[in-house]
Design a binder for this molecule. Structure first.
Ligand code: HEM
Length: 429
């Protein structure tokens, strides 16, 4: 049973008739249809998020991009209405979790909760590790990790069936991001467990995992300080120790946490969702196996069609703003719905059709699965590359791979923010 049905958030569903709640079954279980219907009602819809916070759902491609480019919409929850009186949505969530005060500062200093100039400073520091050149240099190593995992895949089979999520989609990106950041191999299973606890949104698990991760990163920093290398962790420690005004202690720890979590959970589900999409669309799969050069375009389309992130962080209006005819008031929360924007018929022809040739070769991506604007995903180039390697190598190792269950039996984890499969049982052929 899904942990969400027992989630404290579920109790708010239906309290405000006419205001869709991100936890209601129609949005939770079939976001494409649910948010699609909202999109056709209007570009900006009054709704409720998680703990009943009033939000504006922005549903269409053009308006989603417009808000993500508009700096009057801030990420810092301090801009939320009532933040000084009754707490922001984030502080209310932390209250609910019983999160100790001394740990809250770590969330507040996350790059995703920051605006310029702090956001710009942090982003500049860390982008150096994610340049196109650095990511291209990493490709042979990503391929090597994928080859190793795929070669060993049959060892995990039971009755000829293997779960791709468990044995490939997760281990590949977590290995890559941990190597890039500099997290020693022996801690990776523990990170995987913490990440699972975090995305479960189960308050008890969350309240346990979060402090444990923070402590662990502090320990890592202490240990690495005595033996700096050329990994990202060492680079961050050097920056911090040279000049604390460029990177504070808390910022350094939060950055490592964000990178490891954002760097594997999402990518794992691009691999899972994307593989399921290919195996349930034999015509598209044939196109790809006949022409592996199609891979970069295929990954753009899979990101659009079944990208793992359904909505961005909340944004807050820093002044009164008119958006597509709706008056947004200072302090209002705005939720950008990527999953409905990526299926907007105003922007795409036949949006529901998976078409690996939709995106012309050599052109920039044409979807919002990685966000847009200032907070555009820092790891997009890495994630795309991992997707290309994962799909390409899987099909090269196992050209006859197929689903071991009927497509309708694939179990999706109901989560308001993410699109992910609980497992992906395959026969390798
Ligand atoms: C931001 C999606 C992989 C690191 C974002 C945002 C989205 C996103 C939608 C913007 C959120 C917002 O504006 O509120 C994805 C997807 C991925 C992926 C779908 C995989 C398929 C990665 C990887 C990394 C990463 C591999 C690690 C290096 C980040 C960071 C941010 C971010 C650090 C915050 C950037 C900022 O605030 O300036 N991601 N991501 N992501 N992502 Fe990713």
């Amino acid at each position: 049973m899904s942990q969400l049905s027992t989630s404290p958030f579920a109790e708010h569903v239906g309290k405000h008739p006419g205001e869709p709640n991100s936890m209601e079954p129609a949005l939770l279980h079939d976001p494409f249809t649910g948010y699609g219907e909202l999109r056709e009602k209007g570009p900006v819809i009054r709704g409720r998020f998680l703990d009943d916070t009033p939000v504006w759902f922005v549903t269409r491609f053009a308006e989603v991009r417009q808000v993500l480019r508009d700096q009057r919409f801030a990420n810092d929850p301090a801009f939320a209405r009532g933040s000084s009186r009754e707490g922001t949505p984030t502080t209310r969530l932390l209250d609910m979790l019983g999160m100790p005060e001394d740990l809250r500062v770590y969330l507040a200093r996350s790059i995703l909760n920051m605006d310029a100039p702090d956001h710009t400073r942090l982003r500049r520091l860390v982008s150096r590790a994610f340049t196109a050149r650095k990511i291209t240099d990493l490709r042979p190593r990503v391929e090597e990790i994928a080859d190793e995992l795929l070669t060993r895949l049959p060892e995990h089979a039971e009755d000829g069936v293997v779960d791709l999520i468990q044995h490939f989609a997760y281990p590949l990106p977590i290995t890559v991001i941990c190597e890039l950041v500099g997290i020693p191999e022996e801690y990776r299973p523990q990170w995987r467990k913490w990440a699972g606890e975090l995305v479960s949104r189960d308050p008890k698990q969350l309240a346990k995992a979060f402090p444990a991760m923070i402590d662990h990163i502090h320990d890592l920093v202490r240990a690495r300080r005595d033996a700096l290398t050329d990994d990202l962790l060492s680079e961050l420690i050097r920056t911090h120790d040279d000049d604390g005004s460029r990177l504070s202690d808390v910022e350094m720890v939060t950055l490592v946490l964000t990178l490891v979590l954002a760097g594997h959970e999402t990518t794992a589900h691009l691999i899972g969702n994307g593989t399921a999409a290919l195996l349930t669309h034999p015509d598209q799969l044939r196109l790809l196996t006949a022409d592996p050069a199609l891979l970069p375009r295929a990954v753009h389309e899979l990101m659009r069609w079944c990208g793992p992130v359904q909505m961005t962080q909340l944004r807050y209006a820093t002044e009164d703003i008119e958006l597509a005819g709706t008056q947004i008031r200072k302090g209002d929360a705005v939720q950008l719905i990527l999953v409905s924007a990526n299926y907007d018929p105003r922007h795409y022809t036949e949006p529901a059709r998976l078409d690996l040739t939709r995106h012309p070769a050599g052109q920039a991506e044409n979807h919002v699965g990685f966000g847009h604007g200032m907070h555009y995903c820092l790891g997009a180039t890495l994630a795309r590359q991992e997707g290309e390697v994962a799909f390409g190598k899987l099909l090269a190792h196992y050209p006859d791979v197929s689903l071991a269950v009927e497509p309708e039996e694939l179990e999706r984890v109901p989560s308001p923010g993410n699109w992910r499969l609980a497992s992906l049982p395959l026969r390798l052929g």
